[in-house]
Design a protein around this ligand. Sequence first.
Ligand code: LFR
Length: 475
Amino acid sequence: MASPIYSAAVDLGATSGRVILGAWSNNQLKLTEAHRFPNSYRELGAHAYWELGTLWHEALTGLRKAVALLPRGAKLASVGVDTWGCDHVLLNDAGRLVFPTHAYRDNRTQAGLAALAKHGAAQLYAATGIPNVFYNTSLQLGETVARCPAVTDLATRCLFLPEYFNYLLSGKMENELTVGSTSQLIDVHSHDWSRTALEHFHIPPTWFTTPVLSGKKLGPVTALPELAQTQVIAVPGHDTACAYDAMPASPAGGDLFLSSGTWSLVGFENAAPLLGPDALASRIANERTGLGGYRPLTNVPGLFLLEQTLQEFNARPETPKAWDALITAAEKLPAPALLLDTTDAAFMAPKSMRAAIDAQLKRKKAAVPKNLAGYTRLICDSIARGHANAASNFERMTGKKFRRVLMVGGGSKNRLLCQATANAIGIPVLSFNLEGTAVGNIASQLIALGAVKDLATFRRLLSANLKQKTYKPRA
Ligand code: LFR
């Protein structure tokens, strides 16, 4: 038996981060969670920022723990980093941060969002394939440059968060395509930055270099002496691109992908982008795969609504048993008479999620839920309706008929959400108890190391060993 190949995924989400150790042997991937930690943005005055020092500290702690898990004499071959999209740092050539790192939920982009909606959204959609959404990097950098113009004298580089962590690990500054494609600044027809978009937002083109594709070896880890022989590999830096790579998709097609977490990313892989007024009105984002393909998707507000509500009730279930009790109570309730419009701007970063939900219901003259189970039921059914709307938009625009939904991420453990999604779309949901983002991250490393031929091979091998649960649609 060949000895296993060990790779680590640093996988940072907006509400939690983890470092996962992958061991590949006999065509099977075994995952061990080395470290998990909470993450949240913090408000300072009127703005919201990420705590990068804390994230870096936790990433290093996780890597040390991953190394401690290795059998005697074994080496960590590689490490890759993925994070949520859009957020970025501005640096000078010496790698010093010259501007604080805002969180994408900061409301600083509202004026730009409204201005672009009035003028320019369609041209930018034609250029980048990305709709006008409040979190876009384009709006964020546009605001930075307009409000703090001196930043253009200080900054020489813009790195997205996974690229910044790659830099801290390896000393190499590189932009990468998948996370770049969340920005609304990549040309939808090439693998490079869009001049049209950069000019529109007055963003210096010199801040970026041509993005590398997934699998590029950046060099050995320089940040930790014990990892001096470990390669830093540029994996798909965008967590959603990693999650999509991990989908055990049928080679025959017909699968709709759903990565369910803070957001629900509903989409599929396609040879070409979906463009034009209908795609723009349906908020379809033509994000990119690690090798430059297209993954048209809709970003449906997801479990952020539930997470925030649980926090407010001070009742976040801490164990699987406690989760089960909450979900069982919610399932027993009658279906809500009216579902939420989860795209309501009031749900994006509310002071109180419960109050925002109640306000929408009152506006629509619907009764507010009586208890936490009631909110849980309403939120899950409403998120599922969002999934179904996205699916029917894709079918209308492409003439495709999806046969199954493949679901990964935290939400795939929530049977209420899985069942509601099957019911709302009317096709089976296959849920995989899979850390999709970490698996996709490690898949790219294994391919770059030559341990697996390509992504299709990885998916085939992965499917052979995956546990799945099927939710058939019910009337
Ligand atoms: C999910 C995700 C989404 C992106 C959102 C904001 O974690 O990366 O794909 O739209 O976060 O960046």
